[in-house]
Design a binder for this molecule. Structure first.
Ligand SMILES: O=C(O)c1cc(=O)[nH]c(=O)n1[C@@H]1O[C@H](COP(=O)(O)O)[C@@H](O)[C@H]1O
Length: 284
């Protein structure tokens, strides 16, 4: 029998849902937001921005998702700033999803998992976003590491951007749409790996899309965490959560960045509270 003292990501996520609800606060220090917040468009500005979002999220929400591109655009200094933001968020007990959307093959993609998921890594997070364009099997080493380290993965399935539809609704050789195929492959991997109610490998499904148009029935999402960006700035309303995800709405991370961050540093806490309340209201 397998003995694993490290709680799986699915278990930790379930506990966070119970304690804090399903809101995931994006940390996206866009240049325009930095300016609106009165911060410089620099690594120092992105650091300050990230730390303020972390501070405002503590005791209000349970999950944050830094978008790594907004740190990477500042080069090595941006990465140093990001390390501080990640460490502060994790030290405060927030569940941290590194939005890195990484995908590659073999030992190269394994190295990304070491960077973002390995305990003690300078960039350690609790989960990362990944891309399975090369087939979910290309992520075998990443999935193994996630299980071993007690971490989570979110595999892009049906993304929130309108340009994605042409590719993600295309049919694979087995007849499933590309998006539905990713969901089916993830379900198969979770079944083989996890005994928890909620698996540690999840998917990304945009809240802006109609699942049926992508060939995905809501029941296909059963038992897996679903990271759903697209609420707020991209047009989806939180009140639509039940209609979008049906009985699987309980496993959805309601992800919002600009609709919270545009409140500015003074309005940030209130915006997080309002989003948390809105999610809770439609789950009641
Ligand atoms: O993986 C993601 O988080 C993601 C997937 C997706 O399909 N669409 C999407 O917008 N995102 C990310 O979610 C965030 C959305 O930000 P807002 O539109 O400002 O709420 C950005 O960091 C995006 O990179």
């Amino acid at each position: 029998m397998r003995h694993d003292p490290r709680p799986g990501f699915g278990d930790r996520l379930s506990a966070v849902f119970t304690a804090w609800g399903q809101l995931c606060v994006g940390i996206d220090p866009h240049a325009a937001l930095l300016e609106a917040w009165g911060l410089p468009d620099s690594a120092a500005g992105a650091r300050e921005f990230g730390l303020r979002v972390v501070e405002a999220s503590v005791d209000r929400a349970g999950i944050v998702k830094p978008q790594i591109a907004f740190y990477e655009r500042h080069g090595a200094a941006g990465y140093a700033a990001l390390e501080e933001v990640l460490a502060a968020a994790r030290a405060a007990g927030l569940l941290v999803i590194a939005d890195v959307k990484r995908g590659d093959l073999g030992t190269s993609v394994d190295a990304y998992a070491d960077a973002w998921l390995m305990p003690g890594s300078p960039l350690e997070a609790d989960a990362m976003t990944v891309v399975a364009y090369q087939g979910l099997g290309s992520l075998d080493g990443v999935i193994d590491r996630a299980e071993r380290f007690g971490k989570g993965l979110f595999v892009l399935a049906a993304t929130s951007n309108p340009e994605a539809k042409l590719t993600q609704t295309a049919r694979r050789a087995d007849g499933l749409s590309v998006a539905a195929g990713v969901v089916a492959d993830v379900a198969a991997r979770n079944a083989g790996l996890s005994t928890a109610a909620l698996g540690s490998v999840g998917v990304v499904v945009g809240a802006t899309i109609a699942l049926s148009e992508f060939g995905i029935g809501t029941e296909a999402l059963s038992g897996m965490p679903v990271l759903a960006p697209g609420f707020g700035h991209q047009g989806a309303r939180i009140a639509q959560l039940p209609e979008l995800f049906g009985s699987e709405a309980q496993n959805v991370l309601v992800s919002a960045s600009r609709s919270i961050l545009s409140a500015g540093p003074a309005g940030l806490a209130g915006a997080i509270d309002a989003h948390v309340a809105e999610v809770a209201a439609c789950r009641a």
